[in-house]
Design a binder for this molecule. Structure first.
Ligand SMILES: [Fe+2]
Ligand SMILES: [Fe+2]
Length: 195
């Protein structure tokens, strides 16, 4: 596997400057959340820096790269190709950057839509993407504070923001987002009942 510095050099060349800055901030934010919530810090650092490694691909190039890597694309992803950068990013992290750790790859794969039964690392990357210091939208400060106090409650609020945003734009909800939110609510309920 490439080390963190080698990955940085490649991403600095390939990503647009704003995307590269975002990736570094997601990585830093993920490390802080990992420290707070007892998650492996190196996994958080790597998943954070690589989470958008396929984000510079657009339109035809994105679909071509997905096809070349044997990625199957759902109808909703076909209609909103930007979603593909997450599963494609996981594939490129494995094949181009040599990441073999399935937990890191899963966190990259799930970072845009969320998913049912997210691991603590998945949750941290999903949240870090929403709250890194370059993000500005109504409610982001509340989300930043909650991320320090209650990881699950913060992920729930992030799902709610994401779903509201999609609905406001008249867009299609990805089933993983709906399943992810339902699964998280059930997990929180089970925790409250002392399971
Ligand atoms: Fe992304
Ligand atoms: Fe991102």
């Amino acid at each position: 596997m490439m080390d963190y510095q080698e990955i940085l050099v490649i991403l600095a060349k390939e990503l647009r400057p704003a995307r590269f800055r975002h990736s570094r901030e997601v990585s830093r934010t993920a490390v802080r959340l990992a420290e707070r919530w007892g998650v492996d810090i190196e996994k958080a650092r790597l998943a954070g820096i690589l989470h958008d490694c396929a984000r510079n691909l657009k339109g035809k190039d994105l679909l071509q790269c997905a096809a070349a890597n044997g990625l199957s694309i759902s109808e909703i992803e076909m209609l909103q190709p930007a979603l593909i950068h997450a599963p494609l990013g996981a594939l490129l992290a494995e094949r181009r950057f040599g990441v073999a750790d399935p937990e890191i790859l899963q966190a990259i794969r799930r970072h845009t839509t969320g998913a049912a039964q997210m691991s603590p690392l998945d949750k941290i990357i999903y949240l870090a993407d929403c709250i890194e210091p370059g993000r500005h939208y109504p409610g982001v400060d509340e989300l930043r504070e909650l991320a320090q106090q209650d990881l699950n409650a913060a992920v729930l609020l992030a799902y709610d923001h994401s779903i509201s945003f999609v609905l406001a734009g008249g867009g299609l909800l990805h089933p993983n987002t709906v399943e992810g939110r339902n699964s998280l609510l059930l997990e929180m309920k089970a925790n409250r009942n002392g399971k």
